[in-house]
Design a protein around this ligand. Structure first.
Ligand SMILES: [Zn+2]
Length: 116
């Protein structure tokens, strides 16, 4: 046996062992806590198809979340530059009087504060 055994797939406790010889001659693993016996050794004992699937899904979601976070950071940076540009144009008194209301409309509303 070369693979490290995971906790028991049925009770989650440690206290299992793997031997090279089962009564029928093959490898097996046994949980000393709940008594379950699986023929096939560590590869069978350590197989966790649902966990493996969930880990793969979690990894993909984390990668997707990181991409969204990068995109949001880029958008916030661009938004900040746009707001600064609008504010500079508004400070240029008299240059764009006919567009002042349109420029003010581009500025973001102050964020709403949640009340308990
Ligand atoms: Zn067990």
């Amino acid at each position: 046996m070369t693979d490290k055994l995971k906790p028991c797939p049925f009770c989650g406790r440690f206290g299992h062992e793997a031997n090279d010889q089962y009564a029928t001659g093959g490898e097996y693993c046994e949980c000393e806590a709940c008594g379950i016996v699986l023929k096939g050794g560590a590869k069978v004992w350590n197989r966790r198809p649902i966990e493996d699937s969930l880990r793969a899904e979690l990894s993909a979601l984390k990668e997707q979340n990181a991409g969204c976070s990068r995109a949001l950071t880029k958008l916030m940076t661009e938004h900040r530059k746009l707001v600064e540009g609008v504010e500079i144009m508004l400070k240029m008194n008299g240059c764009f009087p006919e567009h002042a209301d349109q420029l003010r409309a581009l500025l973001p509303e102050p964020p709403e504060v949640e009340h308990d």
